[in-house]
Write a protein that binds this ligand. Structure first.
Ligand code: GDP
Ligand code: MG
Length: 166
């Protein structure tokens, strides 16, 4: 199994930190999948029987700079639709207009996994569950996992939820 996995979310949710922990050093096995120029590959995680190719999507870097025009909006949607799985990252207990701007671009026909990051900062697990339920009511996420990218917590559980979609 081999597939493209997009990591998306507003600045500062922990995308780079997550990516750094997810990718190993084993990059020797190369993908048989045609790599399109619309994807910017950031890292590859290889297992015995699976390969996760993590990508950024063109356009996402300019998010914070202002309103998205229709063309950019469409290009992001197209590239998100052509990966095998999308990880939508949120910071635990925080959702803002910037997060919802990204959420509005999530594809409807590709698995999207909600990743709640910065679990280490959460004191109240009951409030966390309420937060997650609220977010899941806003979009039909395929699955959800809570992680701490910084401390490397629950990342294997996250990969377990991505693997079936490769
Ligand atoms: P990006 O802009 O989405 O790529 O976010 P970064 O990966 O650059 O992280 C933004 C900030 O959040 C940095 O200061 C990270 O150290 C911090 N951060 C990322 N993941 C975690 C986490 O799991 N827990 C905590 N406490 N901080 C985190
Ligand atoms: Mg980053």
């Amino acid at each position: 199994h081999c597939g493209f996995v997009a990591i998306v979310g507003r600045p500062n949710v922990g995308k780079s930190t997550l990516m750094n922990h997810l990718i190993g050093q084993k990059v020797s096995i190369t993908s048989k999948k045609a790599q399109t120029t619309r994807h910017r590959v950031n890292g590859i995680h290889t297992e015995d029987n699976a390969q996760f190719i993590f990508v950024d999507t063109p356009g996402f870097q300019t998010f914070h700079k202002g309103a998205l025009n229709e063309t950019l909006n469409k290009s992001v949607k197209d590239s998100l639709g052509s990966v095998d799985c999308v990880l939508f990252i949120l910071e635990a207990m925080r959702i803002s207009a910037a997060d919802r701007e990204v959420m509005a671009l999530l594809p409807k026909h590709t698995p999207v996994i909600l990743v709640i990051n910065k679990l280490d900062k959460v004191k109240d697990k009951l409030l966390l569950q309420e937060f997650i339920d609220g977010v899941r009511a806003e979009f039909p996420f395929t699955d959800c996992e809570v992680v701490s990218a910084k401390h490397g917590q629950r990342l294997s559980e996250l990969l377990d939820k991505v693997r079936p979609h490769l």
